[in-house]
Design a protein around this ligand. Structure first.
Ligand SMILES: Cc1ncc(COP(=O)(O)O)c(C=O)c1O
Length: 444
């Protein structure tokens, strides 16, 4: 192990972890991080309590004022003309698919590695997801591979901004313009990420954000649809509430003008989202600062591949996702299994690491079995053409899935530099004593 040359902080960590033969906690050694040292997310203070209680007591929980204000305030914060508060990011994604004018059998291009609902939201609209492999450095869709996936049935490209880093939107918008396609931004994880100074959700035609508990802007559950296009807004609003045409200032006529769902948010949740929004800039700053500190602390720890930003893009590190270098560890052939052993060892030390997605999307049963609505639908729709989901087409997504590790809370408020240093210490301990876990047998 190299002794760090730069920064006092890092020297302290190395001193603490200098014992190369420390017994790992998973084998009965002392935990690197004491229980309770890493605080949960999101922090809640007087602003949250006041606003949530006021919403509770107002007794206007449906179509309430906090939903309307959240829409306006988020749109203003992000730089969009319009936003709609939804009950999930997935609902907002489905609204995006509809707003892009996609219909039965139309194809939507989506990265082969993301949250399941980046792709299942396409099925929700009887459309067909077409997967494109990801770029190894950014974990986002590989823009070089998009054109090969375009067919006469393609209507839209879904650009997912994963973990706080934006996809290559300039390339994606250029490809879309050339082929007459719409672009959906799945910014569920990337509030406040930027590309050339432009925020996620301000480049494509419409965008979905998630406000679930793991997100940098959280209201427990929830989401936001955003667009600058009035026609898209109208379609999305209709789908959002039973196919009705009511706007916030109109009376309801309870008439389904089109096929609609029930994707509305409620006022109490929206009040929590508004309270959290007042603190969002500070949250993002802390994530960035903690990620920079962690990268410094881990620079000399072997066999780790740390996340990096791409030129012109500001990463918010909503999830800090790195990789174990399975090649140099000698585990290229059983990467996922060994990654899980390292994860077990890290969690035993008290690091809240996780495998964010163990499967590339085309490898999930819903796509492998094409079991969406049963009887082959929507893939068997007369408007659809055969698509091939064989997983060999997506080797980068597979390798990333097998090698990665992610975490959120230690880099987020109310945690500070101490939490980051504890995590770095635990990583160094496990990685410097990796031989200890070689022969552990995992169950399940
Ligand atoms: C990239 C991505 N897309 C979509 C979603 C769905 O958001 P929600 O859980 O709010 O429906 C998530 C959330 O986990 C996500 O990370």
């Amino acid at each position: 192990m190299k002794i760090a040359g730069a920064g006092r902080q890092r020297e302290v960590i190395w001193e603490r972890s200098a014992n190369m033969s420390e017994k790992l906690a998973i084998l009965g050694g002392e935990k690197a991080i004491a229980d309770g040292a890493i605080k949960p997310w999101p922090p809640v203070d007087e602003i949250d309590r006041k606003m949530v209680l006021a919403a509770l007591e107002s007794q206007v929980h449906t179509f309430g004022p906090n939903c309307v204000e959240l829409e306006k305030e988020f749109a203003a914060w992000n730089g969009n003309k319009f936003a709609i508060a939804t009950n999930s990011g997935t609902a907002a994604l489905h609204m995006c698919v509809a707003a892009c004018g996609c219909g039965a059998g139309d194809e939507v291009i989506v990265p082969a590695y993301s949250w399941s609902s980046s792709a299942t939201c396409i099925l929700h609209h009887n459309c067909i997801p077409v997967f494109v492999d990801i770029d190894w450095d950014t974990i986002n869709i590989d823009a070089d591979k998009i054109e090969a996936a375009i067919t006469p049935r393609t209507r839209a490209i879904m650009a997912v901004h994963l973990h706080g880093l934006m996809a290559d939107m300039d390339r994606i918008m250029a490809i879309a313009a050339e082929h007459g396609l719409k672009v959906i931004e799945d910014a569920c994880q990337s509030h406040g990420a930027t590309l050339g100074g432009r925020k996620a959700g301000t480049i494509g035609h419409c965008t979905a954000f998630s406000l679930n508990q793991n997100k940098t802007l959280s209201s427990g559950e929830g989401g936001l649809f955003a667009t600058d296009d009035e026609d898209m807004l109208a379609v999305a609003r209709q789908l959002w509430s039973f196919g009705e045409n009511r706007t916030p200032s109109q009376e309801r006529d309870y008439h389904a003008y089109a096929l609609g769902w029930m994707y509305r948010n409620n006022d109490i949740t929206a009040a929590f989202g508004r309270a959290q929004l007042t603190k969002l800039d500070g949250y993002i700053e802390r994530q960035k600062a903690s990620a920079a500190r962690l990268a410094k602390c881990l620079a000399d720890v072997g066999n780790l591949i740390l996340p990096g930003a791409a030129p012109g893009r500001e990463h918010t590190y909503s999830t800090y996702t790195g990789r174990f270098d399975m090649k140099s560890l000698g585990h290229a052939d059983d990467a996922a299994e060994f990654r899980d052993k390292i994860g077990d060892a890290l969690r035993a030390e008290g690091v809240p690491t996780m495998v964010w997605q163990a499967w590339p999307l085309p490898d999930m049963t819903v796509f492998r079995a094409k079991n969406g609505y049963g009887k082959g639908c929507p893939w068997s729709c007369p408007h659809a053409e055969e698509v091939d989901y064989s997983p060999e087409q997506f080797p980068v997504a597979r390798r990333h899935s097998d090698w990665h590790t992610g975490m959120t809370t230690p880099l987020r408020l109310p945690n500070g530099p101490e939490a980051v240093e504890l995590v770095a210490k635990a990583f160094a301990k496990v990685m410097n004593n990796i031989d200890q876990i070689e022969n552990i047998k995992r169950e399940g």
